[in-house]
Design a protein around this ligand. Structure first.
Ligand code: HEC
Ligand code: HEC
Length: 278
């Protein structure tokens, strides 16, 4: 209870300082409706369904919209990427092995540095290294079938021919299990997580940060963040990322809505964990 009061006090102060943030409460409950349960029956799978699954993965488990969205400018928009994929292959900076647009999209997700969109490379690498994580690895861990569903979605989105084939049998893991990750989907019953690494995984902090065995590169390395930052700083860094900008990084990259997604207790668990990383 004391923590709760402390956090509320902090919250009120922050509201006073940032009057624009009218919804800046801390112990808010994730308002998203529970995901609809869905059976994935590959026998009767149609391309429309496969595209729809790809869209859900894109917005959910894949955490793609964390970076590929109209706000923040963290990554290029992907509305037309399926139509320009062939141009990427012809670009002299292309270093991958794909020979079709579809293969380019696949490669972009599992080996993002094979081609780095100009201006979006990791700071200091002159657009030779991508800050995008390998989405088949780490905490995102998409299967081949899930990646293919996302490609189907991107091809459909761009209005190009959908060339991916629905995987035979191997796609069962592109099912409702995909709904529970990525920080977008809410559980039917609110669950308060007490394990910091589970929180980091749920909210995909590792997509951008090196922390808890993950190696995101869009934001600062957090593996020793507690050596130089105290809890007050860390709490603010999570709730209002633009309040202080870590040296060498740009504003507006870190999502500003974690205050709406984390319970007060979860926030404190995260802050204490990060403060302990020395
Ligand atoms: C942590 C941020 C981040 C996440 C999460 C992320 N991406 Fe990216 N992505 C980027 C950045 C930055 C680039 C541009 C640099 C590059 O070309 O690799 C990029 C590039 C791409 C490209 C190539 C675009 C082009 O124009 O050639 C594709 C395709 C892509 N991402 C797909 C995805 C998909 C699908 C997901 C989710 C499964 C995803 N990304 C998740 C940051 C991210
Ligand atoms: C889309 C990428 C992205 C995601 C996701 C993300 N961050 Fe960040 N984060 C950044 C960037 C970029 C910065 C540096 C700019 C700044 O300070 O706001 C940053 C800064 C920080 C800092 C301040 C570090 C310092 O030394 O000043 C902390 C702490 C932090 N993030 C924690 C988190 C936590 C915890 C999560 C998950 C709940 C998270 N971040 C998710 C991109 C991200």
């Amino acid at each position: 209870m004391r923590n709760f009061i402390k956090v509320m006090a902090f919250s009120l102060l922050t509201i006073a300082a940032f009057a624009g943030y009218s919804n800046f409460g801390i112990p808010l409950i994730n308002p998203a409706p529970p995901p609809e349960e869905e059976q994935l029956d590959l026998e009767t799978m149609t391309m429309d369904r496969f595209v729809a699954i790809g869209e859900r993965i894109f917005n959910g488990k894949g955490t793609c919209t964390l970076c590929h969205s109209a706000v923040g400018g963290r990554a290029p928009l992907l509305d037309t990427v399926a139509t320009i994929a062939n141009e990427r292959l012809a670009d002299e900076r292309y270093e991958g092995e794909a020979d079709t647009g579809e293969a380019y999209l696949f490669e972009s997700m599992v080996d993002p540095s094979a081609y780095v969109v100009a201006g979006f490379g990791k700071t200091g690498t002159n657009d030779t290294k991508s800050p995008m994580p390998d989405i088949a690895g780490g905490s995102i861990g998409m299967s081949d079938a899930e990646i293919k569903a996302v490609i189907a979605y991107l091809q459909n989105l761009a209005g190009t021919e959908v060339t991916v084939e629905i995987p035979a049998g191997g796609g069962a893991d592109a099912s409702e299990e995909s709904e529970s990750k990525g920080g977008q989907a809410a559980a039917a019953e609110p669950v308060i997580l007490a394990d910091p690494e589970a929180l980091i995984s749920k909210h995909a902090c590792g997509a951008c940060h090196k922390v808890a065995d993950q190696s995101g590169a869009l934001g600062p390395d957090l593996t020793r963040v507690g050596a130089g930052r105290d809890e007050t700083y860390l709490r603010r860094a999570i709730l209002d990322p633009n309040a202080d900008i870590a040296e060498g990084f740009q504003p507006n990259l870190m999502p500003g809505n974690y205050g709406e997604q984390l319970y007060a207790k979860e926030l404190e668990v995260l802050v204490a964990y990060l403060a302990g990383l020395k």
